[in-house]
Design a protein around this ligand. Structure first.
Ligand code: DQQ
Length: 589
C-alpha cells in the first residue's frame, strides 16, 4: 500500500488530474485542446528514431488490430492526423511483408457514424475462418458513451484490406445500467470455445475495481455479456487494452493461437493500468467450462505484478502470426519530453520493435525477443571478445553508428561471492535503481552498457545489472536498470512538474537467472531517442525514451563499464550499425 500511495502522489498526480478532461469524460490521455489540431510545419529530425515504426509526422498511440492476412502483416494504430498531441483519433493503417519495411495506406477507421462520431478508439482484429477479418473497436457517441463496434473489409480478397465497412447493426455491445459507460473499451481479439461460441474481453472498472467483461457470440454479430467478468481486481482502476492468450508449457519455440485449448498450457492476462500508465500480467489457468480465469499466484495480481516491459511501454497488444507460428507483441512508447517539445518536433510516439512472446522454461514468467527480421537491418559490425573489466574501468565500442545500433553482450561475472546483501525492504526495483544508480560502487555490478553518452558523462543512459544476495534465503536478486536520470543536460525547465522532461530510473528484478558458468546477457537497441533493452535473454525488458543535447548522432559514445569490485569479463560483444528500413515513413495519411 505504501508503494501505491507513493506512486499516486509523486508520479500520478498529473495523470489523475488529466483523467477528467474538459468534457467531464473519463479519458485515458492528457487532452491538450490548444495543440490538438496544430499541424506540424516541419518535422524535426533530432531524436527521431530511424528503425522504429512511426508515421511521417504527428501523434501516435496504441497499436490496434495487428494481424497476418494473405501474406501481409497489418498494423493499425491510434493516430492524430492533425497534430502531435492526442486528439482527432483515427485508425491509421500500414502493411508489411516482413514487420520491418512498412507501406502506409489510408486510415481504415475514422469517426463517421452515430456510434463512433466522437472517437474511434482501440480494438483488435480476428481472422474468422470462412469469413475473413473482423475488427472490433471502441466508438464514442456524441455524449461520450463508449461502445463496442465491428468493421469488416469491403473486399476480403484484397490482401491490403484498404476499405472497411461499419455495418448498420452496430454497436455490438453497450454498457448496461450496472456498468460504467465512460470506462468501457478496448475489445480483445476473439477466441473460439468448444461450445461453438466466440468470446472477447472488454476493459472496464466499477468504482476503483478494474475488470474485464466477457462477451460471447455465435455469429460475431450478436454478443451477450457473461454473468461474471472473466477477472477483476480491487483498487487497480480502469483496465485498458486487455490481452488474453495461451502459452505452451512444453514448446519453447512456437506461439499458440488465441483459440488453442490443448494440454500443457497456461493463459496470460495482461491489462494496461490507466492510473499508473504501466501494464502488468499474470499467468494462470483458464477454466473454459465456467469461463473463469484464476491467476496461479506466482506473481502479484496488481500494481507490483510482472510486466511485459518495465519502462515506457503501454497499450500493448499481441497477435498470432499464422505464417511463422509465433505470438508477436506490439507496444507503444510515448515521448518523455514535454508537450511543447512535441508540438515543436511535429511528431510524438513510436511503436517499439515487435517482440516474440514465449513462456520461460521456469513456467513462471514470459520471455520476449525482437523479431528475427530486425537482423536484416544490421549493417557494419564490430566484435569484441574476452575483455576483462576491473572495478571502475570502462572501454569504448567504436566503429559503428552508436546512436543507431543493435548491441548484444554476454558478460561473465566469474564469482558471485561479492554480491551485496539485499535489504528485504527494497521491494521496488525502480526506487532501488534510483537510489544506487550506475556509479555507486557495488560488489557484483553495476556493470553493463552506457549508451548515448558524452565522454565526460555530462549525458549518459546506462543499462546495467547489479547482483544482490538475500542473506536470509541465500537467494540472488538481480536488478536490471535503464537509468534516464542523467540522459539529458536539459534540466527541468518547465515551471510546473507537468511540463518537465521525464527522466526515470526504470528497473525490474530479473527472476530465475541461472548464471550458467557465470554468464548473463544484455541486448540493447539504440535508436536516437529509444533505448530498448532485453536482459538475460528477454526475461526483463526495459524501454527508455531519452533526449540528449550533446550525445546525439555522431557525437554519441557507447561504453561497457563495471563499477563492482568483482571483475567482469565481456565474453563476447557484437554490435551493428542499424540501417533505416527502405519503406519506412512513406505514403500519406
Ligand atoms: N488509448 C485509446 C483507448 C485506450 C487508450 C484512446 C490506451 O481506447 O484505452 O486513444 O492508451
Amino acid at each position: 500500500m505504501m508503494r501505491v500511495s507513493k506512486i499516486v502522489s509523486v508520479l500520478l498526480l498529473p495523470v489523475l488530474i488529466s483523467i477528467v478532461n474538459d468534457n467531464g469524460v473519463e479519458a485515458s490521455h492528457k487532452v491538450f485542446k490548444r495543440f490538438q489540431s496544430l499541424s506540424a510545419e516541419r518535422v524535426s529530425p533530432l531524436h527521431r528514431p530511424a528503425f522504429h515504426f512511426q508515421p511521417p509526422m504527428h501523434w501516435i498511440n496504441d497499436p490496434n488490430g495487428p494481424m497476418y492476412y494473405k501474406g501481409l502483416y497489418h498494423l493499425f494504430y491510434q493516430y492524430n492526423p492533425k497534430g502531435s498531441v492526442w486528439g482527432n483519433i483515427v485508425w491509421a493503417h500500414s502493411v508489411s511483408k516482413d514487420l520491418i519495411n512498412w507501406e502506409a495506406l489510408e486510415p481504415a477507421i475514422y469517426p463517421s457514424k452515430w456510434f463512433d462520431i466522437n472517437g474511434t478508439w482501440s480494438g483488435s482484429a480476428t481472422v474468422v475462418p470462412g469469413k475473413g477479418p473482423v475488427i472490433l473497436y471502441t466508438g464514442l457517441k456524441k455524449d461520450q458513451t463508449q461502445m463496442q463496434n465491428y468493421a469488416i473489409p469491403e473486399d476480403p480478397s484484397d490482401p491490403y484490406l484498404r476499405k472497411w465497412i461499419k455495418p448498420d447493426d452496430n454497436p455490438i455491445a453497450v454498457a448496461d445500467r450496472t456498468m460504467n459507460r465512460t470506462s468501457f473499451r478496448d475489445p480483445t481479439t476473439a477466441w473460439f470455445g468448444k461450445d461453438g461460441r466466440w468470446r472477447i474481453l472488454v476493459g472496464s472498472k466499477r468504482k476503483h475495481r478494474g475488470m474485464v467483461y466477457l462477451y460471447r457470440s455465435r455469429d460475431f454479430r450478436k454478443w451477450v455479456k457473461a454473468k461474471h467478468p472473466l477477472h477483476t481486481k480491487q483498487d487497480t482502476g480502469m483496465w485498458e487494452c486487455p490481452d488474453f492468450f495461451p502459452v505452451s508449457l512444453t514448446d519453447h519455440k512456437n506461439g499458440l493461437d488465441f483459440s488453442y485449448n490443448g494440454p500443457n498450457i497456461k493463459h496470460v492476462l495482461k491489462v494496461s493500468l490507466d492510473m499508473t500508465r504501466f501494464e502488468y500480467y499474470t499467468l494462470g489457468k483458464y477454466y473454459t467450462d465456467k469461463d473463469r480465469y484464476i491467476p496461479d499466484g506466482s506473481s502479484p495480481d496488481g500494481w507490483n505484478g510482472l510486466r511485459f516491459d518495465y519502462g515506457n511501454f503501454y497499450a500493448s497488444k499481441t497477435f498470432f502470426d499464422y505464417k511463422n507460428k509465433r505470438r508477436i507483441l506490439w507496444g507503444w512508447a510515448n515521448e518523455s519530453d514535454t508537450v511543447e517539445d512535441d508540438t515543436k518536433k511535429g511528431w510524438a510516439g513510436v511503436q517499439l520493435i515487435p517482440r516474440t512472446v514465449l513462456l520461460d522454461s521456469s513456467g513462471k514468467q514470459l520471455v520476449f525477443w525482437p523479431v528475427e527480421e530486425l537482423n536484416t537491418l544490421r549493417g557494419k559490425k564490430v566484435e569484441i571478445k574476452n575483455k576483462k573489466i576491473d572495478y571502475g574501468q570502462r572501454f569504448e565500442v567504436q566503429g559503428i553508428t552508436v546512436a543507431q545500433a543493435d548491441v548484444e553482450v554476454t558478460f561473465n561475472v566469474g564469482s558471485l561471492a561479492m554480491a551485496e546483501p539485499f535489504d528485504p525492504k527494497w521491494t521496488n526495483a525502480q526506487d532501488l535503481c534510483n537510489m544506487k544508480g550506475s556509479t555507486e560502487k557495488g560488489g557484483v555490478g553495476p556493470f553493463g552498457l552506457i549508451t548515448l553518452a558524452t565522454p565526460d558523462y555530462e549525458e549518459y543512459t546506462p543499462v546495467f545489472f547489479r547482483v544482490f544476495k538475500d542473506t536470509a534465503t541465500n537467494e540472488l536478486k538481480v536488478l536490471m536498470c535503464s537509468d534516464a536520470k542523467r540522459s539529458s543536460l536539459r534540466t527541468d525547465d518547465g515551471t510546473e512538474p507537468k511540463d518537465r522532461m521525464y527522466k526515470p530510473s526504470f528497473a525490474g528484478f530479473v527472476h530465475h537467472v541461472d548464471f550458467a558458468d557465470g554468464r548473463i546477457s544484455l541486448r540493447t537497441l539504440i535508436d536516437n531517442s529509444v533505448v530498448e533493452s532485453f536482459g538475460d535473454k528477454g526475461k526483463v525488458v526495459i524501454t527508455s525514451r531519452v533526449y540528449p543535447e550533446k550525445a546525439t548522432t555522431e557525437n554519441a559514445h557507447l561504453y561497457v563499464f563495471n563499477n563492482g569490485t568483482q571483475p567482469v569479463t565481456v565474453e563476447s560483444l557484437n554490435a551493428w550499425s542499424m540501417n533505416k528500413p527502405l519503406e519506412m515513413n512513406e505514403g500519406a495519411h
